[in-house]
Write a protein that binds this ligand. Structure first.
Ligand code: NAD
Length: 325
C-alpha cells in the first residue's frame, strides 16, 4: 500500500477521492487551505493538513514521504464565479507549479493533475448542439479566459516535468462534476446543485418560481462524482501520457436539467430567464472516443439518477441548516 497525498481534499472531488483511497488500504494525507471546520468531508484515519499550497515550502511539507500526488486544489466555481474572479483562478498556477517542484524533489512516483473542459477552444463551443469536444480541440488555444488558461498552462507544466525530469504525470480534463458533498450555495456552485437548491427554495417559500441564467438552451454534460473518482484512478494508473476527457457524454440543455429536478421534486415552477447572467460557452459535451479506446471505459451513469441523489442530499443539508437556526 502507498502513501498518497490528495491536495484540495477539503473540497468536493478530493474529499470523495481521499475516502476511496483510504478504503483501498492506502495511507492518505489530505492538504487544503481552508480551516478544517470548512472541509466538506473530514475522514477518520486520514492525516489532515491545513496548508496553503501556493507556497513552495508548504508543498514540501505536504509531500514528505509521499509516493503519489493527486492535485485537486484550485480556486474554482461555477460560471458566475470564474467569470468574475479571473486573477484568483489564474493564481492557482502557483499551486500546481510548486506542487510539481516539491513532488519532483521528493521523488514522487506518480502525479495527477485535475484539468478541465474549460481548456477547450471557445470557437468549437458556439453551437448548443455540440458534437463533443475531442482532446485535440484544445489547440489552437482559445481557452476560457482566466480559469481555462491556467488549466491549459498547468497541463503543459505537467508535460514538461514528465519530459524534462522524468516525473510520471497524468492529466484528466473534467467535464462538470456533481453529486453529494459538492458546493450547493454561496456563489461557487455549479448548475446541477444550483437548480436543486432553487427548486427546494421555491417549495420552502411557496413562491413557485425559478430564475434560469440565459435562455436555458445552452448545453452541458454532467458527470456523477463516483464515476469521477473511478476515472481519476483509471487515468492515474494508466500509461496514457496525454490529457484525457473525463466526463459524461449525456448532453442536456439547462432547461432540460431544470425539468429533471422538477420531476424529482414533483413540482412545476414558473420560469424566468436572466439574459445578463454569466453564461460561458453555448454548447459543451465530452467526446469519449479516446478514453473508450485507451481505457475501455467511460462514464455512463444516467443524469436523472445522479440528480435524484444530489437533490436528496441538498434537501438534507437545507433541512439540517433550518433546524440549527
Ligand atoms: P472544490 O472547490 O470543492 O475543491 C477545491 C479545493 O481546493 C477547495 O477545498 C479549496 O479550499 C482547495 N484549495 C484552493 N486553493 C488552495 C490552496 N492554495 N492550497 C490548498 N488548497 C487549496 O472543487 P472541486 O469541484 O472538488 O474541484 C477539484 C478540482 O477539479 C479543481 O482543480 C477543479 O478546477 C477541477 N475541476 C472541477 C470540476 C467540477 O465540475 N467540479 C470541473 C472541472 C475541473
Amino acid at each position: 500500500m502507498k502513501k498518497i497525498l490528495v491536495a484540495g481534499g477539503g473540497g468536493f472531488i478530493g474529499g470523495h477521492l481521499a475516502i476511496d483511497l483510504l478504503k483501498q488500504g492506502h495511507e492518505v494525507v489530505v492538504a487544503d487551505k481552508k480551516p478544517l471546520s470548512e472541509w466538506y468531508q473530514v475522514t477518520e484515519g486520514v492525516t489532515n493538513l491545513v496548508l496553503d499550497l501556493q507556497y513552495l515550502e508548504n508543498c514540501h511539507t505536504a509531500v514528505e514521504g509521499v509516493d503519489e500526488v493527486f492535485n485537486l486544489a484550485a480556486d474554482m466555481g461555477g460560471m458566475g464565479f470564474i467569470e468574475n474572479n479571473k486573477a484568483l483562478c489564474m493564481l492557482s498556477v502557483l499551486i500546481n507549479t510548486h506542487l510539481l517542484q516539491a513532488a519532483n524533489d521528493a521523488d514522487v512516483t506518480r502525479y495527477f493533475y485535475a484539468s478541465s473542459a474549460c481548456v477547450y477552444n471557445g470557437d468549437k463551443q458556439t453551437d448548443a448542439d455540440n458534437p463533443g469536444l475531442k482532446e485535440e480541440d484544445a489547440y489552437p488555444a482559445l481557452a476560457e479566459d482566466g480559469y481555462g488558461w491556467e488549466k491549459l498552462f498547468s497541463e503543459r507544466m505537467c508535460r514538461h516535468f514528465r519530459e524534462d525530469y522524468g516525473l510520471t504525470t497524468r492529466v484528466a480534463r473534467f467535464h462538470n462534476v456533481y453529486g453529494p458533498y459538492g458546493t450547493w450555495d454561496g456563489g461557487r456552485e455549479k448548475a446541477p446543485a444550483a437548480m436543486c437548491r432553487k427548486v427546494l427554495e421555491a417549495q420552502k417559500s411557496g413562491d413557485m418560481k425559478i430564475e434560469i441564467w440565459g435562455d436555458g438552451e445552452q448545453t452541458r454534460s454532467f458527470m456523477y462524482i463516483d464515476e469521477c473518482v473511478e476515472g481519476i484512478q483509471k487515468i492515474m494508473y494508466s500509461d496514457v501520457i496525454e490529457p484525457l476527457n473525463l466526463g459524461s457524454d449525456e448532453m442536456v440543455s439547462i432547461n432540460t436539467l431544470v425539468s429533471y429536478v422538477e420531476e424529482i421534486a414533483d413540482v412545476k415552477l414558473e420560469r424566468s430567464h436572466d439574459l445578463n447572467a454569466p453564461l460561458g460557452v453555448r454548447g459543451r459535451n465530452s467526446d469519449n472516443d479516446l478514453i473508450k479506446k485507451l481505457l475501455g471505459w467511460a462514464p455512463s451513469y444516467p443524469l436523472k439518477d445522479g440528480m435524484k441523489k444530489t437533490y436528496d442530499w441538498i434537501k438534507g443539508e437545507m433541512d439540517r441548516n433550518a433546524e440549527s437556526l
